[in-house]
Each structure stands twice: as structure tokens, then as C-alpha cells.
Design a binder for this molecule. Structure first.
Ligand code: SF4
Length: 398
């Protein structure tokens, strides 16, 4: 049954409440849902219901296409001047010997180690430290571009930029222009956490506010550049906080159109100061993907990080609004594994990613960071790919 058939079947069900029906009709008619309707979906939208709506929106935009890229991460340091309660990754400066701090040369050597590989993106994020300042990062971006001009540099979040620009005593517009001039191609979506000031203050005190996070993205978009957005969910926030977060992203996207992808980030409770807070269930994760897809009607893509939620949940998410499962990673990120993700050494070959996507009936598309198609793997068969097996069902004689 395709997604159009599914939504019509849903609407034909006489047991559907008036409110559920109104929202489903809005989705079918491509009308935007309101703040209250978003909260209602979280409170009273069962998984099967929100799944049908989100899958309809996903397939209308992308059909069966599912995107991934070939990327690697550079995490300059895990030391940090901040002390976010949910962070399993960072080490305070007073415990310096427990962390790592890459030099410029070490980071360039990581880039060079991919010289003969068809990666398209370097994703650079890490902790915040004084020595990684304006001069350091503009030099790093310029050096990467000088070495490999076509490699897309997707780097740092407003958390780092706010800190760097404040130290350099320059405003956001000037700072982002300098980063662009140095070779920054796009900004990842991290550091958004949850915008609500009270919750943010409890879990991520002192770093940039939600308002500042949005301002930095706005300045970047004004330069004609693209970025992503995230939301950390499943901790001490409530459903209104989630919709408030999505609402602020939707409003900025209406203004600039600069966001490409929204990535919900599941709170993980290992090795951090919020270990007492239980993690969300897989059902809640899938509902969150679906409602994000429905609410963010002006975002092209919804991404699930397979390294964060596991390969199986990533596959499931492709029926709940998700159309992108990130990249090969090559075991270059520790952010998820240190927080307790099932993937302790996240790396997948292109072949593995393609198989993972095909196994659930979707079409794997390798993309670059800006979603230009590099290879459509829909009809590409690998030599060792097992042929589908069909098992005859026992015949029941009347
Ligand atoms: S989440 Fe980021 S800013 Fe916060 S402590 Fe961890 S590394 Fe630092």
C-alpha cells in the first residue's frame, strides 16, 4: 500500500476523532499545522497515526529515495570550557590529561589520510577551548581547502562561533563572513539542544542561548549559505518545549530558507550528569521523527543518525518521515559511542549503507553535503549481494 492509499484509508476510518481527522486532512492538503496541533500530536498521536502522516509527507517529497554521504569527522578536542549536564564527551580543563587536543598538523594529517578515498565531506565539531580561536579555525579551513579544494568543510556550531567571536570582539555577521572567506562551506546543526531558556539553563548553562544560536544561523543564511538544525529530546523537556523548538526553527526557515536538514538527537544517559534520567523508548523516538516531519513542512530533509540510534532503528525511521541516514563515518566520531550508543566504533562501507537502505525497500542515493546526487544505487547490485529468497507458505486444503 503506498502512502497516498494509507492516508486515504486512515481518513476513511469512522473511529478517527474530529481533531485527528482535521490534522490528517491538513497534511493531505499540504496545509501547515498549528502549535496546538503539534502539541496534540505528541500528546495523542499514536505511532501508527503519525507514521502514516509523516510517511505521506516523506514520500511526496522524496518517494523511496534515501540519502547518505561519504564523510569523516574531525573532533579537535574533547576538553571544554562548558559543562553541559547531558554531555558524555567532554572533559573539564582541570582534568586536561584525560582528554585530547589536536594540533593543526594533526588535523591536517587526518584530512590527508583520506587523500585516495572518495569522501566528500569533513565534519568538524568538538569541545570549546580558548586556543581554538578565530585565527586557528580560519587557518585550518584555508589549509584544508588549499590541500583538497573539493572537500566540503562542514564545521563548528554556534556554540563555538559565539565563543570565538566574543573573544575576538567581532559581531556575528563579520565573523561568519570571515569563516566563509576562509573556506567554510556549511554549518552542522549541533548545539541547538532545546531553545526554551529555563530548560536550556538547567542542562547547558552558560553556552550560547537559543536566540543566539538562531541569530548565527540567520547571519550564515544571509550569506547564501546552508546549514542544518538539531533538537536534543527525551530528557527533562516536555512536549510544549519540543514544539516551541520546532516552531522557532520553522519561523527562521520561513525567513531565510537556509536550513537543509533537521536531525532529532536522542538524549543518551551514559557517563554524564543526567544518568538518572531514563532514555526515551524506540516508539517515542519514531514518534518524534514523525511529528518533526509533519511540523517542519518547510524543511526538505529529516535525518536519523544511524550511529546514535542503531542501524535497526534507522531502518525503521525510514517509514516515519526520515529520508537521510547520514554517512559512512569511518569510526571517526566518539560523540555517540561515549554517550552509550550501541555502535561503539561507528563505520559503514558504502556497500553496507546501500544494503541497509535496500533491505527496507528504499532507494539508496549517495549525495554530497548539499544534496546533489553522486550515485543512485537503486539498480546497482554488489557481487556478494544475496538474492532475495522466497519461501512458499504451506498450502491449506479446504
Ligand atoms: S555539549 Fe558541547 S559545549 Fe557542552 S560540554 Fe559537551 S562539548 Fe562542551
Amino acid at each position: 500500500m503506498n502512502s497516498t492509499h494509507q492516508i486515504h484509508t486512515l481518513l476513511a476510518d469512522s473511529r478517527l476523532s474530529k481533531k485527528h481527522r482535521q490534522i490528517a486532512e491538513k497534511v493531505l492538503n499540504e496545509e501547515r499545522i498549528s502549535f496546538e496541533e503539534g502539541v496534540f500530536l505528541f500528546e495523542e498521536g499514536e505511532l501508527a497515526y503519525v507514521g502514516v502522516l509523516a510517511n505521506y509527507m516523506r514520500e511526496k517529497r522524496h518517494g523511496n529515495k534515501t540519502y547518505f554521504n561519504r564523510n569523516f569527522h574531525i573532533e579537535p578536542t574533547n576538553l571544554c570550557v562548558y559543562d553541559c549536564k547531558f554531555c558524555s564527551y567532554s572533559v573539564l580543563i582541570k582534568d586536561r590529561s584525560d582528554g585530547w587536543e589536536y594540533t593543526m598538523d594533526e588535523m591536517l594529517n587526518i584530512v590527508k589520510s583520506y587523500d585516495n578515498q572518495p569522501v566528500t565531506e569533513a565534519h568538524i565539531v568538538g569541545g570549546v577551548l580558548p586556543q581554538y580561536n578565530l585565527e586557528f579555525y580560519t587557518n585550518l579551513f584555508a589549509s584544508i581547502k588549499a590541500h583538497r579544494p573539493e572537500l566540503h568543510v562542514k564545521a563548528l556550531t554556534p556554540v563555538e562561533y559565539h565563543y570565538i567571536f566574543k573573544k575576538a570582539k567581532i559581531d556575528y555577521a563579520t565573523g561568519m563572513q570571515l569563516m566563509k572567506n576562509a573556506g567554510l562551506d556549511s554549518m552542522p546543526g549541533g548545539g541547538a539542544e532545546i531553545f526554551d531558556p529555563e530548560i536550556r539553563n538547567q542542562i547547558a548553562k552558560d553556552k550560547c542561548t537559543g536566540e543566539q544560536w538562531l541569530q548565527i544561523h540567520e547571519e550564515w543564511h544571509k550569506l547564501g549559505m546552508r546549514s542544518n538544525a538539531t533538537m536534543l529530546y527525551g530528557h527533562i523537556e516536555n512536549y510544549k518545549h519540543r514544539i516551541d523548538h520546532l516552531e522557532q526553527l520553522r519561523a527562521l526557515q520561513d525567513k531565510t530558507g537556509g536550513f537543509q536538514t533537521f536531525i532529532p538527537l536522542k538524549f543518551r544517559n551514559k557517563e554524564n550528569q543526567m544518568a538518572h534520567v531514563p532514555e526515551s523508548s524506540v516508539i517515542e523516538d519514531l514518534r518524534n521523527y514523525a511529528i518533526s516531519r509533519i511540523y517542519l513542512d518547510n524543511f526538505d530533509h529529516i535525518k536519523a543518525y544511524w550511529a546514535m540510534i542503531s542501524r535497526n532503528t534507522a531502518q525503521l525511521s525510514l517509514n516515519f518521515g526520515v529520508d537521510d541516514i547520514d554517512g559512512t563515518l569511518d569510526d571517526t566520531t566518539k560523540i555517540y559511542s561515549m554517550a552509550g550508543a550501541e555502535e561503539q566504533h561507528p563505520a559503514m562501507s558504502t556497500k553496507d549503507l546501500v544494503k541497509l537502505i535496500k533491505a527496507v525497500g528504499r532507494e539508496p542515493i549517495e549525495r554530497d553535503t548539499l544534496y546533489n546526487v553522486i550515485t543512485d544505487y537503486t539498480n546497482v547490485a554488489f557481487d556478494d549481494e544475496p538474492k532475495p529468497k522466497y519461501y512458499a507458505l504451506p498450502v491449506v486444503n479446504n
